[in-house]
Design a protein around this ligand. Sequence first.
Ligand code: SAM
Length: 247
Amino acid sequence: KLSKRLHTIASYVPEGAKVADIGSDHALLPVYLAQTGRVAYAVAGEINDGPFEAASKQVKEAGLGSVISVRQGNGLAVIDEHEVDVVTIAGMGGALIVSILEEGKPKLASVRTLVLQPNVAEDQVRHWLVRNDWVLHDETVLEEDGKFYEILCAYRHPDAASANRELYRPKRLGEGLIVESVELARYGPLLLTRGDAAFYDKWKSEIEKISHIIAGMTRGGTEAAYKRQQELLAERERIEEVLSCWQ
Ligand code: SAM
């Protein structure tokens, strides 16, 4: 059975799309998309030998060799220009996702939809989208096996700059709390506006992580350690302030 995470990613892939799943590992996502008839064409890209072999085996065993092309290579280098209209990149850090998108920019000319699931540094991905005229169409945060995942779906937009200005315009939450654009990129402008249960739980768990770090810090440490502690305290307070708008 497909994980809730991959299932949600799949739900953002438009019906009939030609999709490239970059960093596909066992090619679970393209296999699911092909088996359910959602896509008639997919590329599964993998840089590493082990996952590339696993993907090839999976596709062969599913009898989907004519629908899914498994290729070994770095990021978007595995696709030709104008070959696909959707790119999915999931299960890696935000910085790596950004570098794959940045290095593969010419390959994105024909792409209309990006579905991205960074494990960390989601804000870096949102900044890249804004800088490159992509607009968030939707975002989801979900919890699975005790971990939180954010899934970002972005579209092209005829006036991306003004759509993004609107999306990241400082927002007023609750009574007088202003959330600036840099913070919006961190929380997710759409996730923050909705503030659903998984969003709340994710940031509650971030508060716990910060508290744990603070508790582990020794007293009377260096100046730098003291400064770090103050930063963490301020960060925790800010998250609590933002969450208090949904209590
Ligand atoms: N996308 C799958 C998922 O979300 O379940 C697999 C995620 S797995 C943790 C990340 C995969 O990305 C690994 O199999 C790794 O080999 C691959 N990878 C890392 N850097 C890559 C790159 N530059 N190009 C292609 N694949 C890459």
